[in-house]
Design a binder for this molecule. Structure first.
Ligand code: ZN
Length: 423
C-alpha cells in the first residue's frame, strides 16, 4: 500500500509513468503501477515535473514594493539606497510576515527550494534573525538556503566583514559577496580571496553577486575562478548575475570561459532583473545586460535561471513562478530551438537543484517525494503557457491544488470552452 500515486502523467523526458509515494519518498516510478494507494491523483495528459528551484532570491526584501518609495530611476543603485532605508525600520515580524506570504505564493507555484541572499549590513542583523525563523517555519515544504550577503560591501561598510562572520555563526548556510560594489577593484579582488578562504575554513559553499554591472572591465569572475581553483572549492561556488560578461571583449571571454569551466563554477543569471536594471546608462543601442548563457553551456558550465526579486526596491512585478523567469531568459538569450527551450525548463528544475546541492532531488526512486503536476503536455508547452499547477506535492504531502486554466466561450459555431493546449 502506497500513501499516494500520481497516475499516468508525462515526465519531462516524455515517458508516461505513475509515481508512487510512501512517506516522504518516491517508492516507485513505472507505467501502470497496480498496488493500492490511500490517495490517487489522475495526471493523465499532464506534465509531472520535479519541483521548481530558485537559486537566487532576496526574501528579506520581498513584497516591500513602494516602501518607503518607488524606485524612480529604476537603477540598481537607487534600489540599494531604498533598501538601505527600509532594512533599518523593518521589524523582524514585518520581514517574517512578508517572507511567509511569499513562500505561500512559491508553494502554490511548485517552487519548493529557494536560495535567498540575506543582507548582513545592519549591525542589528534583524534580517538574519527573521530569515532563520522563516527557514525553520517553512522547512516541511520549502528547502530554504540562506546566503550571508554584505549588500553594502565586505570592506566598504565598516562592520561588513564582522557581520558576515556573525551571520555564519548564527547558522547561515552560504558565503556571499559583492566585489563590484567595493570601493576599488583591488578591494573587490581582496574581498573574494577573503570570502573564499572563510568558506574553505568552514566547509561552506560560496555564491557571489559578481560583476552585476555593464562595465566590461569588471572582471571579478576571473578572480573568483582563480580562488576557487587555488582553494580546491570546485563545484561549490556560484557566480550570480555576471552581467559585465555581456559587454566584455570577445577575445577576453574566450580566455575567461575555460577558467570558469576549470573551476566548476556555476552561473546564475537573473533574466527578469538583468533586463530591467542593466543598460540604464545607455542611449541606443541599449545593451540587454544578460550574461552569455548559451556560450557558457557550450563550454560545459552549469547555468541556472534565478528570479532575484519579487515586488521589492529593484523590481515592481513578479509572481514566484520560475516559468516566468525561464520564459524571459529564453527570449533574452534567444534560446528558441526546441532543445534550448527544453534546456530552459531543465535550468529552473534540475540545473538549479544541482547548483543548490540538493542531493535528494528529482523524479527517481528514493528521492524526496516533491513534485508538481502542470496543466501542460510537455516542458516546452509549460514554458509557453506558464499554466496552472494542478497539484503540488512536497515531501509526500499534497500542499496545493489549482483548477485548470480553461475559459468558457460564447462564440457562434465554436466550442463552449477553450484550453490553449495543442494536445
Ligand atoms: Zn541578488
Amino acid at each position: 500500500m502506497f500513501d499516494l500515486i500520481v497516475k499516468g502523467g508525462t515526465l519531462p523526458d516524455g515517458r508516461v509513468a505513475d509515481v508512487a509515494i510512501r512517506g516522504d519518498r518516491i517508492a516507485e516510478i513505472a507505467p501502470n503501477i497496480e498496488f493500492e494507494a490511500r490517495k490517487v491523483i489522475d495526471a493523465a495528459g499532464d506534465l509531472v515535473s520535479p519541483p521548481f528551484v530558485d537559486p537566487h532570491f532576496h526574501l528579506d526584501a520581498t513584497l516591500s514594493f513602494g516602501t518607503p518609495r518607488v524606485n524612480a530611476s529604476g537603477t540598481l543603485l537607487e534600489g540599494i539606497g531604498l533598501w538601505g532605508e527600509l532594512r533599518d525600520v523593518a521589524t523582524v515580524d514585518d520581514m517574517v510576515e512578508r517572507a511567509l506570504s511569499y513562500c505561500d505564493w512559491a508553494a502554490s507555484m511548485g517552487l519548493l527550494a529557494i536560495r535567498s541572499h540575506v543582507d548582513t549590513t545592519p549591525d542589528h542583523l534583524n534580517t538574519v534573525t527573521a530569515m532563520l525563523e522563516v527557514r525553520e517555519k517553512v522547512k516541511e515544504y520549502i528547502d530554504l538556503q540562506l546566503v550571508a550577503f554584505p549588500q553594502d560591501g565586505l570592506y566598504r561598510s565598516k562592520t561588513g566583514r564582522d557581520n558576515v562572520i556573525r551571520a555564519l555563526d548564527m547558522g547561515v548556510d552560504v558565503v556571499g559577496g559583492i566585489p563590484h560594489f567595493e570601493r576599488t577593484m583591488a578591494d573587490g579582488t581582496a574581498s573574494l580571496t577573503d570570502l573564499c578562504e572563510i568558506a574553505t575554513k568552514r566547509g561552506l559553499p560560496v555564491d557571489i553577486h559578481c560583476d552585476e554591472t555593464d562595465d566590461p572591465m569588471s572582471r571579478h569572475i576571473e578572480t573568483l575562478a582563480y580562488e576557487t581553483t587555488r582553494l580546491g572549492l570546485q563545484g561549490r561556488v556560484a557566480g550570480s548575475h555576471l552581467t559585465s560578461m555581456h559587454s566584455m571583449d570577445n577575445y577576453y571571454v574566450s580566455k575567461l570561459l575555460p577558467l570558469i569551466a576549470e573551476a566548476e563554477i556555476s552561473a546564475i543569471p537573473n533574466p527578469l532583473i538583468n533586463i530591467v536594471l542593466q543598460g540604464r546608462h545607455d542611449t541606443f543601442p541599449k545593451r540587454r545586460g544578460l550574461t552569455r548563457v548559451k556560450e557558457m553551456q557550450a563550454m560545459g558550465i552549469r547555468v541556472g535561471w534565478g528570479q532575484d526579486c519579487v515586488l521589492d526596491p529593484w523590481y515592481s512585478l513578479g509572481t514566484a513562478d520560475m516559468l516566468d523567469v525561464a520564459f524571459m531568459g529564453l527570449h533574452v538569450a534567444q534560446m528558441t530551438h526546441p532543445d534550448e527551450m527544453a534546456r530552459c525548463f531543465t535550468m529552473v528544475t534540475e540545473d538549479n537543484a544541482a547548483i543548490m546541492g540538493l542531493a535528494d532531488y528529482g523524479l527517481r526512486k528514493g528521492a524526496l517525494a516533491s513534485l508538481v503536476v502542470l496543466d501542460a503536455a510537455s516542458p516546452i508547452e509549460a514554458l509557453r503557457l506558464r499554466p496552472a499547477r494542478l497539484a503540488v506535492i512536497a515531501k509526500g504531502k499534497v500542499i496545493a491544488r489549482s483548477p485548470r486554466g480553461d475559459a468558457t466561450l460564447s462564440l457562434p459555431g465554436r466550442g463552449a470552452t477553450v484550453r490553449r493546449r495543442l494536445i
